[in-house]
Design a protein around this ligand. Structure first.
Ligand SMILES: [Ca+2]
Length: 486
């Protein structure tokens, strides 16, 4: 018996575990995540060769990295997607069960909850969030901009924050640096002329800081992101960095700079999306100019599908969400299947295509795997490690068992392999009808086989009762368990 004990001590204590051998090769690359706002699956040429928007920077990035064909946002709208990315957890598990926050909402991230930023900071990273926050500020019922904006970005793991509180069509219109407004929003702006006419490309009425111009926001946050990269690289070249650069565009208001007006065939939206591509190009060029490209995992994606109506499709002959059904806010794939391109020279094969289902909540576990660090059990509960996909390791199975989708008004769907089960009738979002009450003899939900029917046109609910039963049970289990990661 004693011999057996000594042997076990030798195996487990004297011989280090295998993963410690691997630590030597574990790296700490810079991690740059660019999140566009409302950019669709069909906007980029590398996804849709008939796109009417010039996107040379994203197309070049795809040729240098990996393009995901089946990447999804955790929700079909802004706030819950951002919560899902930063916490690795489905937002419908939080207090927010539908729609989004506004510019005066309290912080959505729960006290003590680990985020990608706090996790990376713990492991020696310098961290910044630049751009659109939209996750709430302070813990008051209504944010008081006269007081420090904490809890907020700087208390959930970011060393530095510069940006705007919420979407660019939501007051107050103000830049924030760390935990203070740069200039107090003492003025007032009426809703935009376009909004008065009932059109898109609007902003809401409300307080505004003197000198704040909506059209300046995208160039300003880009300058700030570049300045932070340059300063961090110069001051602490050996410290890895994490930049979460959340663009305000091409979300409304569509306010492209003068040099982009008329650059696309898709109106003000397309021109603004062309400027988004240019913005991404400026970040890529900065990384390359600073010699950081080989040591940086750069991921560019979008927080939900494009807000693009049937009338826009007809008017501009542009499929912002490609062949997918629906648009932003909807439960159908147009709401949540988005472009995602990753570049990490020497690790991610150039010009490669990944068909595995990736969910943006997976970024957390993927970053942890790159660092060779385990995740605590009470963090990133819906995050799966996609590093094997990025490294193009041969895989004979999907990494995700299944994936839960959520529409703006709180409609659920669950996807497993080709099957997508939607727990209701209607879009659950912007496309009419939002909700349909099923008749007595009608299926209460929707089931599609995305392999045969990527446009979600043929409801198979009645024909496939076993699939309906299996996926319903899995969805209920995951809701009940509070996690989907094993
Ligand atoms: Ca959005």
């Amino acid at each position: 018996m004693r011999h057996i004990m000594l042997f076990l001590v030798f195996i487990f204590v004297i011989l280090p575990p295998a993963h410690l051998f691997a630590q030597a090769s574990v790296q700490r690359p810079n991690l740059v995540l660019i999140l566009a706002d409302d950019m669709g699956y069909g906007d980029l040429h590398c996804y849709n060769r008939d796109s009417r928007i010039p996107t040379p920077n994203m197309d070049r990035l795809a040729s240098q990295g990996m393009l995901f064909t089946d990447a999804h946002t955790p929700s079909s709208v802004c706030t819950p997607t951002r919560y899902g990315i930063l916490t690795g957890r489905y937002c419908w598990r939080s207090r927010l069960k539908s729609w989004v926050l506004n510019g005066y909402s309290p912080l959505l991230i729960e006290p003590g909850r680990m985020t990608i930023a706090s996790f990376l900071k713990q492991h020696g990273y310098r961290t910044a969030c630049v751009g659109k926050w939209h996750l709430g500020l302070q813990d008051n019922k209504k944010t008081d901009y006269d007081k420090p904006l904490t809890p907020g970005p700087t208390t959930v793991g970011f060393d530095y924050f510069f940006g705007i509180p919420a979407s660019l069509d939501m007051p107050p219109y103000v830049f924030i640096e760390n935990d203070r407004p740069v200039t107090m929003p003492t003025g007032h702006i009426d809703k935009s002329a376009m909004a008065r006419r009932g059109g898109k490309g609007f902003w809401r009425a409300g307080p505004i800081a003197p000198g704040f111009r909506h059209a300046d926001v995208l160039p300003t946050i880009t300058d700030k992101a570049i300045a932070w990269l340059e300063t961090s690289h110069r001051r602490t070249p050996d410290q890895p960095l994490f930049l979460y650069f959340a663009l305000n565009a091409p979300h409304t208001p569509w306010v492209p700079s003068a040099e982009f007006i008329g650059k696309s065939g898709a109106g003000p939206y397309g021109d603004y999306a062309a400027q988004v591509d240019h913005t991404i190009g400026r970040i890529i060029n900065t990384l390359d100019r600073l010699g950081m490209e080989d040591d940086t995992l750069l991921i560019v994606t979008s927080d939900n599908g494009a807000h693009w109506l049937e009338s826009d499709i007809r008017k501009y002959e542009h499929l912002a969400n490609n062949h997918l059904r629906g648009q932003k806010a909807d439960i159908h794939d147009g709401g949540h299947r988005v472009p995602l391109v990753a570049r990490w020279p020497g690790h991610v094969p150039a010009g490669s295509i990944a068909r595995q289902t990736l969910f943006q909540t997976d970024l957390f576990a993927t970053y942890a795997a790159i660092l060779g660090q385990p995740l605590p059990s009470d963090a990133a509960e819906d995050s799966f490690n996609m590093l094997p996909v990025l490294l193009a390791e041969p895989l004979d199975h999907p990494i995700r068992t299944a994936t839960v989708h959520h529409s703006a008004d709180g409609m659920f769907a669950i996807r497993q392999g080709p099957w997508k089960l939607i727990m209701g009738l209607g879009s659950g979002g912007f496309t009419a009808p939002r909700r349909i009450k099923p008749k007595a003899d009608q299926a209460p939900g929707q089931l599609y086989n995305l392999l045969d029917d990527p446009a979600e046109s043929l409801n198979l609910w009645d024909r496939e009762p076993q699939v309906v039963q299996r996926l319903t049970a899995l969805l209920e289990k995951w809701k009940h368990d509070g996690r989907s990661r094993p």
